[in-house]
Design a protein around this ligand. Structure first.
Ligand code: 5GP
Length: 174
């Protein structure tokens, strides 16, 4: 069942605009690659890159954590790899939410193996109280409490991604 609105669309737009400015200010030479972690990243990544006027490339990676439900299990498997040649280039890894940090730390390693000049993490949301592995988020929208959220790309069993706001999902048993 959908619960309260955690972040309204207007706030999301402000966060995305602010992050875009911060990133563009830090742009190095050459065209960077924005790698979105599918599928949750799609709305965030597409909104973000349209706020940046400098040349850039986009690509996607998809991984899956074994298990289902509302918490990740810890085993990360590559489902779809990037196709861009990132060697010697700046990579911005775009994620919807960092929870335990397990997914992103593995994805960062997968990208680093391709010898980019840098890898910086861009995440819309973070739940610091849930962290198991420390990940360095260079650009962050907002920290949230330990609640399961859906909307603006975030799903539960592939539903709710199309909500404009970010809402809390209350488990049916409660
Ligand atoms: P981590 O590996 O950091 O524990 O989990 C990262 C992934 O778990 C996210 O990319 C997302 O797919 C999923 N996840 C973690 N917290 C939430 C949440 O509150 N809502 C949704 N929809 N997915 C979440």
């Amino acid at each position: 069942m959908l619960g309260r609105t955690v972040i309204e669309k207007t706030e999301i737009d402000e966060m995305v605009g602010r992050i875009a400015k911060e990133i563009e200010k830090d742009f190095g030479p050459g065209s960077p690659v924005f790698v979105g972690v599918l599928k949750g990243c799609v709305f965030f990544l597409t909104d973000l890159v349209r706020q940046i006027s400098s040349p850039l490339e986009i690509d996607f990676i998809q991984v899956s954590s074994y298990g289902s439900g509302t918490s990740s299990s810890g085993t990360v498997v590559l489902v779809k790899d990037i196709t861009a040649d990132v060697r010697g280039r700046d990579v911005y890894l775009v994620e919807d939410i960092v929870d335990t940090g397990i997914t992103l730390s593995d994805v960062v390693e997968m990208i680093r193996a391709r010898h980019p000049r840098s890898v910086r993490i861009v995440s819309l949301l973070s739940k610091p109280s849930r962290r198991k592995i420390d990940v360095d988020i260079a650009y962050l929208g907002a920290e949230i409490d330990d609640v399961f959220v859906v909307g603006y790309g975030l799903d539960h069993a592939e539903q709710y991604r199309n909500l404009s706001d970010i809402r809390e999902l209350i488990p049916e048993s409660e």
